[in-house]
Design a protein around this ligand. Sequence first.
Ligand code: AMP
Length: 210
Amino acid sequence: MRNPRVIVMGPPGAGKGTQSQRVAAEFDVEHIETGAILRANKDVETEYGTPREYMERGEYVPDQVMNAVVEEEVADANGFVLDGYPRTEGQVEFLDTITEIDVVLYLAVSEETLIQRLTSRRVCSQCGTTYHLEFDPPERAGICDVCGDELVRREDDAPEAIRTRVREYENKTVDLLDLYRSRDLLTEIDGEQSPNEVWADIERAITSAI
Ligand code: AMP
């Protein structure tokens, strides 16, 4: 069995992060999470400004910046799960020039569910573990179960930024699904199911693609 090359797509709040982590662990591949890479490099100056300026508003960071980030990560990886990239046609075109893809997983979730998930999401400021205030709360309010550090709300999980992120997704990313569908690479997964049920579908899709 080969190390799979996987893209996980879906609107913000669909569960891409949780499921991508599991893909990386179970298939022993690199987890390339562009949002996390950007959060760790928020104030790095590029000719387009800093990532922070875009992210705080919920807007996409320019393709040139994203493509450079991903090129480096993919070059070092023996199999990978791309989480949060590609998000635009320009990013797809670039990705085509640097690697092949085995399967694209689309986590489908209703808009109502994802807004509910994002407004109730809290993340550990230290280790990045995510919680949901209602469905997956930490044992002690405001404290990470894993490392004991403080839980915070991501700046772009504020209501106004959430609206912009969902709009960006609808304007710039939804069309990519058709593109991958036409290449026969797309598997749609019901992202409203429990995390374990979603995982079972994902595992099946990857295993049959490699
Ligand atoms: P995420 O953690 O995937 O929700 O990403 C957080 C933010 O990082 C997004 O709202 C964008 O501002 C930026 N970002 C992450 N990945 C990309 C990408 N592939 N293209 C453009 N912007 C991105």
